[in-house]
Design a protein around this ligand. Structure first.
Ligand code: PLP
Length: 418
């Protein structure tokens, strides 16, 4: 059962001030979750979460997470600029990009960010782009092949395909990169890998940690460099479907601790800091897309037309992703109607739900689309002349703040050349 963090009475008051559609975020939920993550890794003194900015690149969110001790994981020039304007600088920024441009390297360097190199060729590219190579650097590892986790008790199996992913360096390349960088004056090294996305298993991070911890010991022994941090990156998932189990971040932290004490501590590497770059886990459940039912249509199926579209939330159209829907105020009504809930794009994949059993929907009803806090508004676009929606923040005291206004036609026309 997924319950919205806003009631119908709250939404009626909010929509009187801010027209639908909009994304709304839950400050209390975001803070509590960030604290749970921090507590789960409190055993590691150097631990830091670098929030994946691409998930929700909104200043109020980045600042709120910064207050909870999170840095920013940036992957582009504008994300770096955004972090700077939010007061996040220096080693509070992780720059994990790929196919990186010289401009991006220069700004990352100017800000004092930790640069995560995606490829061996970027060693020379970075050296050519900046005046001084940083003393601390990270390299991204790709083990190739297929990454699998044994079937867990919950019955969910993780499988992803690093061998088919464009990211990271091979085992041989990362050793070569470390040796070259050490010769250029780098003194502290980190290792990063992202092997599976949206995992629903407490075993993903511990399994990834084992791979990276063993690699760290080997690379130290082979190259003689000092490895000061390991970046477990993103990939801890959230249950989009109501029947899926939640990850237990305390158990995940404990699993990583066991791997750490088994591999790093005995190797004399008990001072290695752990970093994460979670996006989805930090924000997805704490965002809703609120949209109103505005049209209905009956042909071969029953359609409900809402005032949001795939431009506000691309995941269903792009990946066929499931997002739970609650009809606000009808939480306890029987789900005895089958609908396709659709936007107005001239694309037949513009459907938030297909053949979904929901309570009877009346025109004017407010629909809560769940788990849109990450990779929701941020993946928005302007196809069909659609304007991107506003973002609101529900504060802990119940007040609501506009943290990004909706686009207007002037925004749409602003870049046109006549
Ligand atoms: C997208 C991304 C993340 C965040 O991934 P989530 O699945 O949102 O946790 C972290 N690091 C890198 C390099 C990414 O590209």
């Amino acid at each position: 059962m997924k319950t919205p963090f806003v009631t119908k009475a709250q939404l009626d008051a909010i929509t009187a001030r801010y027209p639908t559609p909009f994304h709304i975020y839950d400050e209390a939920g975001i803070r509590e979750n960030a604290r749970r993550l921090k507590a789960a890794f409190a055993w590691n003194p150097g631990f830091r979460e670098y929030f994946a900015v691409k998930a929700t690149p909104t200043p109020a969110i980045l600042k709120l997470l910064h207050e909870e001790g999170c840095g920013c994981d940036c992957s582009s020039l504008t994300e770096l600029m955004l972090a700077r304007r939010c007061g996040v600088t220096g080693e509070e920024i992780m720059f994990s990009s790929n196919n990186t441009s010289d401009d991006e390297f220069r700004l990352a360097r100017e800000l004092g960010a930790i640069i995560n190199l995606d490829d061996l060729t970027l060693v020379d590219a970075l050296a050519g782009a900046v005046d001084h190579i940083p003393e601390k650097i990270c390299c991204r590892f790709n083990p190739g092949g297929v990454f699998t986790l044994a079937q867990t008790r919950e019955g969910f199996q993780v499988m992803d395909n690093p061998g088919d992913a464009k990211y990271g360096m091979t085992r041989a390349q990362i050793a070569q990169a470390f040796t070259r960088l050490a010769a250029m004056g780098v003194r502290e090294f980190g290792i990063h890998a992202f092997l599976a996305s949206n995992t629903l298993s407490n075993e993903y991070y511990p399994a990834l940690a084992r791979i990276l911890f063993r690699l760290a010991v080997e690379l130290r022994d082979e190259t003689g460099v000092q490895i000061s941090f390991i970046n477990l990156s993103g990939g801890v998932g959230v249950p989009y479907r109501p029947e899926q189990p939640e990850n237990n971040i305390a158990a995940i932290g404990q699993g990583v601790r066991e791997a750490y004490e088994e591999i790093l501590t005995p190797a004399g590497m008990g001072d290695v800091a752990l970093y994460t770059e979670l996006g989805r886990f930090m924000l997805a459940p704490y965002g809703h897309l609120i949209t109103r039912a505005v049209r209905k249509k009956h042909i071969y199926k029953e359609y409900i037309g809402v005032d949001a579209c795939a431009c506000d939330l691309m995941r269903p159209a792009m990946y066929g992703a499931y997002h739970h829907i609650t009809v606000s105020g009808k939480e306890d009504a029987p789900c005895d109607h089958k609908y396709d809930v659709v936007g107005s794009l001239c694309e037949n994949n513009d459907k938030f739900a297909v053949d979904r059993m929901l309570p009877k929907i009346d025109m004017g009803d407010l629909l809560v689309i769940h788990d849109t806090g990450a990779h929701g508004h941020s993946m928005g676009y302007n196809y069909n002349g659609k304007l991107r929606s506003a973002e609101l923040l529900l504060h802990q005291d119940g007040s609501v703040e506009l943290i990004r206004r909706a686009e207007t036609p002037d925004d749409y026309f602003a870049t046109l050349v006549w």
